[in-house]
Design a protein around this ligand. Structure first.
Ligand SMILES: [Zn+2]
Ligand SMILES: [Zn+2]
Length: 77
């Protein structure tokens, strides 16, 4: 079975037009399970952080209530 890979350096949160793997992920494909590498686990972590960041900046979230302090460093990673 062929494994689809990104055709570029992966930049979190960014989809690259013309990259088959980005299109797979955009279509909701499961991450390919072949001995997940540390890098892949980090990408999964990034996905969770991205969700947390979205929640943080969402209307009514901690950010809009100024619950994160004068300088927001949320997502500074
Ligand atoms: Zn890609
Ligand atoms: Zn904030």
């Amino acid at each position: 079975m062929a494994v689809t890979k990104h055709t570029h350096q992966v930049v979190f949160g960014r989809k690259v037009d013309g990259c088959p793997r980005c299109q797979e992920l955009a279509a909701g494909a499961e991450p390919v399970r072949w001995a997940p590498s540390r890098r892949e686990r980090e990408q999964a972590d990034d996905t969770e952080r991205a969700a947390a960041i979205r929640a943080h900046f969402a209307p009514g979230g901690p950010h809009s209530r100024a619950a994160c302090g004068p300088v927001c460093t949320f997502g500074d990673w």
